[in-house]
Design a protein around this ligand. Structure first.
Ligand code: HGY
Ligand code: MN
Ligand code: MN
Length: 413
């Protein structure tokens, strides 16, 4: 299994719309379609029943002896933000497939069906909202809101969806609460902890509360040489001050878990000798506690008002997402720990600072996550890396946990 997964991860990374060294694979792009087709063929080869919902979430089901029972789900995403790594999400999709293969090769046949999920898009790149597929599946994002989504050029969701070959009623994507018995996601840690404490497996107890918002700033353009400084309404300077204010307010937060980043800053008309008439910012703000996060959000809003009033710049503040954290299910956590011990792997209970599709699957059914170490804690960069050995340990713990959960007598309470 060691080499096969690694070869498949390397091949998946070639489905990228940029030449490298990073991977770029955005929802509904051609490379996204190609990567899905590449994975679907392996699922079919293994006798899994493959279906896609109307927005592109893909389900590959290993039908169990008692198919009428709620299934056990596993999986993750394969979309990748611009110039990012090979392992974010893909380890959970290929790892889920190889966990099923491992069990098949052991001659095991589950009571409950085990279903591999390839969520349509976990990254916010295309439509500005993360976990699109799992939000819809879990009923956290109504169909009416999905059809309103537009990309940065104003192209509507449905245009992209149909271009990628998907159509039909979006409401039908929502799964009932008894569709899954449990859901377990294997993922890279994307942080430095497991490597620093030399542990093989991270057992996630909680997924932090993410939020993001945009700020559209409107000042007054003009000639960079002829408008004197006191007469300016420079949207670019307002943006710069806000970027630094976001950092400062997050640093001064009472919680060490508060993190904030202005990942998108765009100026118009973006000409060296023209005063920026407009600026567009997108801010990512998180904390493990909602109250702390929302307190920081309020302080940022106040500071934006102050800065824009001082600079005589108009602003439009728009929340893009503001989600609660998710607690992983204790009885699945216990099983992951027992299986790690039984396999002789060290493990560590930990919080996930990154969000994942499990954040929303936890609204649907008992959910938990298994982490493997990230070299140098690096992620969302081309040098993101987890070794074949680390991936294999994650797959083996996942396989053992899926085996447990698929037993008809396993109670999750
Ligand atoms: O941003 C995140 O936390 C995730 O990796 N998309
Ligand atoms: Mn990511
Ligand atoms: Mn991810």
């Amino acid at each position: 299994m060691l080499t096969e997964i690694h070869q498949q991860l390397e091949q998946l990374a070639r489905f990228s719309s940029t030449d490298g060294p990073g991977v770029t694979r955005v929802l509904y792009s051609q490379v996204d379609q190609d990567a899905r087709n590449y994975l679907k063929q392996f699922c079919l080869q293994r006798g899994l029943e493959v279906r896609e919902d109307t927005i592109g979430n893909t389900f590959a089901r290993w039908v169990g002896k008692k198919p009428q029972l709620p299934a056990v789900g596993t999986g993750s995403h394969i979309d990748a933000i611009p110039e990012s790594g090979k392992y974010d999400g893909t380890v959970g999709v290929l790892g889920g497939l190889h966990a099923i293969i491992l069990l098949q090769e052991q001659g095991f046949l589950p009571d409950r069906s085990i279903e591999l999920l390839l969520f349509n898009a976990e990254e916010p790149t295309r439509f500005g909202i993360g976990c699109l597929g799992s939000r819809v599946i879990s009923g956290q994002l109504p169909a009416a809101s999905v059809t309103q989504l537009k990309d940065q050029e104003g192209v509507r969701f449905d245009k992209w969806r149909s271009k990628a070959g998907f159509s039909g009623d979006i409401y039908s994507c929502q799964l009932s609460k008894d569709y899954y018995h449990a859901f377990v996601e294997l993922h890279i840690e994307q942080g430095p902890i497991l490597e620093a404490i030399e542990k093989d497996i991270g057992v996630v107890t909680k997924i932090a509360a993410p939020s993001s918002f945009s700020i559209q700033l409107t000042g007054e353009g003009g000639h960079a040489g002829c408008v004197l400084m006191p007469d300016r309404k420079d949207a670019g300077c307002a943006a710069a001050e806000i970027v630094l204010a976001v950092e400062e307010i997050a640093q001064l937060s009472t919680s060490p878990d508060t993190v904030a980043t202005c990942g998108i800053v765009k100026l118009e008309p973006s000409a060296v000798n023209s005063i920026p008439k407009a600026a567009y910012l997108e801010v990512d703000l998180r904390d493990t506690q909602v109250a702390t996060r929302d307190q920081v959000l309020k302080e940022i809003e106040h500071r934006v008002v102050e800065i824009c009033r001082k600079r005589n710049v108009a602003f439009d503040f728009k929340m893009l997402n503001r989600d609660p954290p998710a607690a992983c299910h204790q009885s699945i956590i216990d099983r992951i720990r027992l299986n790690s011990d039984a396999l002789g792997y060290s493990h560590q209970l930990m919080i996930s600072r990154a969000y994942h599709d499990s954040l929303f699957m936890a609204q649907l059914c008992p959910t938990a996550m298994i982490f493997i170490p990230s070299r140098g804690g690096v992620s969302h960069r081309p040098d993101e890396y987890s070794s074949p050995e680390q991936i294999e340990k994650g797959v083996r713990v996942l396989a053992a946990t899926l085996k447990d959960l698929s037993d008809a007598n396993t109670v999750i309470s």
